[in-house]
Design a protein around this ligand. Structure first.
Ligand code: UD1
Length: 382
């Protein structure tokens, strides 16, 4: 491939922005390359979207497709239909997709059919669980990508096992950690701890931080009820703050489980009442506020992919409420424990950590803040 002149960087959903930002920034070092941000609009709420652009210093997207929510087929199909038109009009030399959301596969597929080279950042991660929509997105995107940028050696092995030619695979490290390293000091300056009454006179109240949005955890009433009940018991030991994804709040309301949470629409100026011993749900937070809360937490509980990696770098114990993870390095080298959604196992691991049984972990290779530099170098020098 000759050096690309016109590059599209695709984002669609919340976990994409912190991966795209360092790439966009790095392309600025190559003034002869015109890099644009294309936003599919898979996530559209300001709290899932605009605040991240502001926090990460990303410009307004050059193109916004505005696809919104829908079934998987509706969402993926609408993105494909709209993105194809843009590709035909603008003919970029390269399309970069990140992560594993529906926008990732939809845009990769469009570009690949039009013979536009595709680079997949965060390739090769596998949970080996094909009931996860993201696993399907990962497998298919990797099959049709021309450049596969990986975060760890396990991912290289997965790709080789699936028949991807080794010359397409580039082990470059983790772009999301580029963002974390760039923004952590700024994040620690935000007011969120004071706003939530978690810090007074320089002393921080110990707390745990929770995120939960995977269909496997929140789409089944019994599972969701079990997890929240277990966590309310844990919150007798440590307050649990839960910036809640819109789909999870919707499910809690639909299943009539509101009694299991204390929901605060606007946390500013609200004095948190920890004596309620209920999980405290807040609106989704921006990148910097969330990073700040994560870096001061005693414990993080999550079903997110990226948070397993971020807690590893921050050295914060993490409990992953899933049966499997596509990021096993966060367990073998990081601070992560995989417990599934069984209430007893969640409680028992949480108590073990609160009793001092966490692990310190170490930084995985090449998670050093320079992944975007390596990626763009490969793309420019090809
Ligand atoms: C998507 C990704 C998931 C990622 C997550 C991060 C896929 C298949 N899944 O899941 O991998 O971890 O983003 O958040 O791409 N909604 C809103 N406002 C929004 C966006 C969503 O209210 O801005 C609600 C809607 O009810 C929507 C639901 O959330 O139907 C699900 O959104 P969707 O984009 O389909 O998937 P996520 O669950 O966010």
């Amino acid at each position: 491939m000759p050096t690309p002149k016109k590059v599209f960087i695709v984002v669609g959903a919340r976990p994409n922005y912190m991966k795209a930002a360092p790439l966009y920034e790095e392309f600025k070092n190559y003034p002869h390359i015109d890099a644009s941000i294309i936003h599919t609009g898979q996530h559209y709420d300001a709290a899932m979207n605009k605040v991240f652009f502001d926090d990460l210093g990303l410009p307004k997207p050059d193109i916004y497709l505005g696809v919104g929510s829908g079934t998987h087929a509706q969402q993926t199909g609408t993105i494909m239909f709209k993105f194809e038109k843009i590709l035909l009009e603008q003919r970029p030399d390269l399309v970069i997709v990140v992560g594993d959301v529906n926008s990732t596969i939809a845009c990769a597929l469009d570009a690949s059919k039009l013979h536009i080279p595709v680079a997949h950042v965060e390739a090769g991660l596998r949970s080996f669980d094909r009931t996860m929509p993201e696993e399907i997105n990962r497998l298919l995107t990797d099959q049709i990508s021309d450049f596969l940028f990986t975060t760890c050696k396990e991912a290289d092995t997965n790709l080789k096992n699936e028949g991807i030619p080794p010359e397409k695979i580039h082990f470059v490290g983790n772009v999301m950690i580029d963002s974390l390293m760039k923004f952590i000091e700024r994040a620690k300056q935000t007011e969120i701890l004071d706003q939530l009454g978690l810090r007074s006179q320089g002393i921080t109240t110990p707390y745990a931080l929770l995120t939960l949005h995977r269909p496997s955890n929140v789409d089944d009433k019994q599972t969701l009820e079990g997890i929240l009940t277990a966590l309310n018991l844990v919150s007798k030991r440590i307050p649990i703050l839960f910036p809640i994804h819109p789909r999870t709040l919707k499910q809690i309301k639909e299943f009539a489980l509101e009694d299991l949470i204390w929901h605060i629409d606007d946390p500013r100026g609200v004095l948190l009442d920890f004596s309620l011993q209920k999980v405290i749900t807040l609106p989704p937070l921006g990148y910097l506020d969330f990073l700040n809360l994560m870096s001061h937490a005693g414990l993080v509980l999550t079903d997110s992919g990226g948070i397993q990696e971020e807690t590893t770098i921050l050295g914060i114990p993490c409990i992953t409420i899933r049966q499997n993870t596509e990021r096993p390095i966060t367990i073998t080298e990081g601070t992560n424990f995989l417990v599934g959604s069984d209430p007893q196992k969640i409680m028992s691991q949480a108590y073990t950590i609160l009793d001092g049984g966490g692990k310190k972990g170490r930084l995985p290779k090449l998670w050093d803040g320079k992944a975007a530099e390596r990626i763009v170098k490969v793309l420019v020098e090809m």
